[in-house]
Ligand binder design. Structure first.
Ligand SMILES: NC(=O)c1ccc[n+]([C@@H]2O[C@H](COP(=O)([O-])OP(=O)(O)OC[C@H]3O[C@@H](n4cnc5c(N)ncnc54)[C@H](O)[C@@H]3O)[C@@H](O)[C@H]2O)c1
Length: 389
């Protein structure tokens, strides 16, 4: 008999629907795991979204009050996919009720909130998980293996960028993401959280940073409440102020001497969703780009340099997780497959009653770096990543 884990999802926008589908898909892709999610209740303050999600995914019920999800005795796991400003309040209630928590990045709307969220859940003794989904790409997992096995030698460089074009259209509406009140940080939270998570995971802890920011598009058309998404495009009408950053960049020095360069932007032409990294070491190098997420480029020098060059490795069943989705090499995974792996890893930790990774401890590690970059916007000089926020 399979262990059944009751799940409640809060916020039925983009991520809420992706997570719901991922819990269902995980039951199939990892059918031999001995546990699976039951979709108990979904919540959205826009009733139509909650009702539609119930029908689409087969939740037993829906509600417009997120508090109902927390108090439902069948719910063991609360999945938070609301705008960032609500995360702290929901975590506080869920942790107090002893529910395990999946929270989307950047967890808190700013690094101080992430620290508070980590403390609340740790003190309550609940299990946590975070949506750093790019970690789960088979090629990222394989890259980590190569680094851990010493194939690159001693690491020397890490560069990463997340150049997304999702806000490049000046008529893209002023959704919650562009407003400090609802989102907190702009891309420093939204995209740099992914970059720092992978940076720290692959290259180790970051010791000090210096960063800068820019907001290229300072006004956007107002969004109609309860309608559309942050991908919606305005049709003229009144404009509102963008109150957080479109771009953030930082130089980073890692504790092991790795020299890093990190950049993120949501307003950029020529890139759609280029989350990419390059890592170099004394014996080799590798690079990955989410836009071609099923490929990893690996450089290994030979002794006389005659055959020096980069090998393009294509994901196949011999790489982590690939065979769960496709039996053949070169038949690649997609974004939502990463979310399915993530859902499985979280449910596994709940079924086994042990904290998995990435949880709120890893989110706090990221938040400390983000908070330090934020501080350098004012000080305009290198700052050490503090041990506490
Ligand atoms: N890991 C990733 O790749 C990834 C990608 C996108 C978004 N995210 C994160 O996911 C979260 C949600 O982002 P999104 O793009 O899905 O946003 P979204 O705007 O598409 O969805 C948010 C939903 O929350 C609902 N909501 C707002 N107030 C509510 C309330 N009081 N009660 C219940 N529901 C409420 C909205 O109606 C909406 O349906 C954010 O934290 C974001 O940073 C992560």
């Amino acid at each position: 008999m399979k262990q059944i884990i009751g799940v409640g999802v809060i916020g039925m926008g983009w991520m809420g629907t992706v997570h719901s589908r991922s819990y269902l898909a995980a039951a199939d892709r990892f059918h031999d795991s001995g546990f699976q999610a039951k979709l108990v209740v979904c919540a959205d303050d826009v009733e139509e979204r909650a009702r539609e999600a119930q029908e689409r995914f087969g939740f037993e019920g829906y509600t417009t009050r997120w508090q109902d999800v927390i108090t439902d005795p069948q719910v063991q796991v609360v999945n938070i996919a609301t705008p960032n400003y609500m995360h702290l309040e929901i975590v506080r209630a869920a942790a107090a009720a002893g529910k395990h928590i999946f929270c989307e990045k950047p967890v808190g709307k700013d690094p101080r909130e992430t620290a508070e969220i980590e403390r609340l859940s740790r003190e309550a003794g609940v299990l946590t998980f975070v949506g750093y989904n790019y970690r789960w790409s088979p090629m990222v997992q394989y890259a980590r293996q190569l680094i851990c096995d010493g194939k690159l030698g001693r690491l020397t460089h890490f560069r990463s960028r997340f150049f997304a074009g999702y806000a490049s259209n000046p008529q893209g509406v002023l959704s919650w993401r562009f407003q400090q009140e609802f989102s907190g940080l702009g891309v420093l939270g939204d995209l740099m959280s992914h970059v720092v998570d992978l940076g720290v995971t692959l290259a180790g802890p970051i010791k000090r940073v210096v960063g800068n920011r820019e907001t290229f598009l300072r006004k956007r058309p107002l969004a109609a409440p309860g309608v559309g998404t942050h991908f919606s495009v305005g049709q003229g009408g009144p404009m509102g102020d963008v109150s957080n950053e479109d771009y953030a960049g930082a130089l980073a020095q890692f504790a092991n001497g790795v020299q890093g360069c990190l950049e993120v932007c949501r307003v950029i032409q020529g890139h759609k969703c280029q989350f990419a990294f390059e890592v170099e070491g004394t014996k080799g190098a590798l690079s990955w780009d989410f836009e071609r997420m099923n490929e990893l480029k690996v450089f290994a020098p030979d002794e006389d340099g005659v055959h020096d060059g980069t090998v393009r490795i294509v994901s196949g069943p011999q790489h982590p997780f690939h065979a769960r989705f496709n039996p053949g090499a070169g038949v690649g995974l997609s974004y939502e497959d990463l979310k399915t792996i993530e859902a499985h890893q979280f449910l596994k930790s709940v079924a086994e009653k042990r904290q998995g990774e990435p949880g709120f401890a890893e989110a706090l590690r990221v938040a400390k770096v983000l908070g330090t970059i934020e501080r350098t916007w004012e000080s305009e000089r290198w700052e050490n990543v503090e041990s506490s926020l």
